[in-house]
Design a protein around this ligand. Structure first.
Ligand code: GLY
Length: 401
């Protein structure tokens, strides 16, 4: 996985003139419209809007690349309920990206995307399907279907692998307001040797979106879409999904991004991952996913709390504890014991994890002790009440409250 990350950066930085610009914190300190960084483009918002302070180093960027720390667990982009139940959504993930600020546009972006995937990474072109914006007068009124993008893609893929979708899939927005535009996504068929066009955007676990290229041309304002003075490119590729494709695995959790964490959960619980009974497997995935969101948030300065982003982090941590408690018999604090594995595995790419390791472990342990106490008491009380109302099979609302 480290090599996948490095190769992507190398392709854009060394091969295509992009500046490596480090990931911003996964908890933004300067954007009240976001709870978490939900995409690589967030930190460049002032550049897209033409509002960047010219004294800042960022103002000089024409092309940039990085792997951005993202969390999609609250706000407009929220994947929390799916995490662990499927094998390709995450609360915390990395988004590999390349950006153009008024520099190259559709032609250049599509060419680089295609070369990166099929030459640099050597993915089979026959397994790639492309979607583009087909128009949507309700959600993106006045924005024409993106025929230009379709024509460019026809240089690389046959028409039957080029599919139009409406704004829900192909008009990308970071939130209720902000820079946005029509997008073109690349979907990867894990199986290959077949026509998988009908499975694109159907939540099929074998046909997954891996990369999105957004052509930022508009700003979403409370009154509607407003055209921007310049045209930009914003891309986001799921690092864990690309690692899965490159390693020929069936799920993101089978890659070396998650294996060390799953192994550690196995040691701590004395159970094995990959058994036929599904609840424990979901618990394994929930725990090894959630520890990343919690640890990276704390490293970036967001502690669990009762409000805002802090409350989302507390809920994520509690969800993991509850899954461990209910399905892996983990009745003692265990989440903090995953932190050394995570820091060992990712601390070179993200040194803040190693620098903050002790704090992360201590904060998680305190939360665990307190919540396990609440959980044990709560479950005992609930069971007593369930017994009491066994005959009616109805638990009254005031009792629940
Ligand atoms: N900003 C592009 C994406 O998140 O898909």
């Amino acid at each position: 996985a480290d090599k996948v990350r490095e190769s992507f950066i190398e392709f854009f930085r060394d091969g295509n003139g992009h500046t490596f610009w480090p990931s911003s914190p996964c908890v933004p300190h300067d954007d009240p419209t976001l709870l978490f960084a939900n995409a690589g483009m967030n930190q460049y918002k002032p550049l897209f809007l033409g509002q960047c302070d010219p004294a800042l180093a960022m103002a000089k960027l024409k092309r940039a690349t990085n792997s951005q720390k993202c969390i999609r667990a609250g706000g407009k982009k929220c994947d929390l309920d799916d995490v662990g139940k499927d094998v390709y959504h995450h609360t915390y993930f990395e988004m590999l990206g390349n950006w153009s600020f008024g520099d190259y546009f559709k032609e250049g972006a599509i060419k680089m995307t295609w070369e990166c995937l099929t030459v640099k990474f050597g993915l089979d072109p026959e397994r790639l399907y492309i979607t583009y914006f087909g128009g949507d007068e309700v959600k993106a009124p006045g924005v024409p279907a993106d025929e230009e993008t379709r024509q460019i893609w026809l240089k690389y893929v046959p028409p039957e692998r080029l599919l139009p979708f409406d704004a829900a899939d192909n008009f990308w927005e970071m939130g209720d307001v902000g820079p946005c535009g029509p997008c073109t996504e690349i979907h990867y068929d894990r199986i290959g040797g077949r026509d998988a066009a009908a499975l694109v955007n159907m939540d099929d676990p074998d046909v997954l979106e891996i990369w999105n290229n957004v052509f930022i041309q508009y700003n979403r304002e409370p009154g509607g879409l407003k055209e921007l003075p310049a045209q930009h490119v914003d891309t986001g590729m799921g690092f864990e999904r690309l690692a899965m494709a490159m390693q020929g695995k069936q799920s993101n959790y089978d890659t070396d991004v998650f294996q060390p964490l799953l192994d550690r959960v196995a040691t701590l619980s004395g159970k094995t991952y990959g058994r036929a009974d599904s609840k424990p497997d979901v618990a394994f995935r929930v725990i090894s996913d959630h520890i990343r969101a919690v640890a990276f948030s704390i490293a970036d300065g967001q502690l669990p709390s009762n409000t805002g982003a802090g409350y989302v982090i507390r809920r994520i941590l509690r969800r993991a504890i509850r899954y461990g408690y209910s399905f892996l018999d983990l009745n003692e604090p265990f989440m903090h014991a995953l932190v050394p594995s995570l820091a060992g595995q990712m601390g070179d790419a993200f040194p803040e994890l190693k620098a903050q390791q002790q704090l992360i472990e201590r904060v998680i342990l305190e939360e665990e002790e307190s919540f396990l106490h609440t959980l044990a008491n709560g479950i005992e009380r609930l069971e007593a009440r369930l017994n009491e109302f066994k005959s009616t099979k109805v638990l009254p609302g005031d009792v629940v409250f």
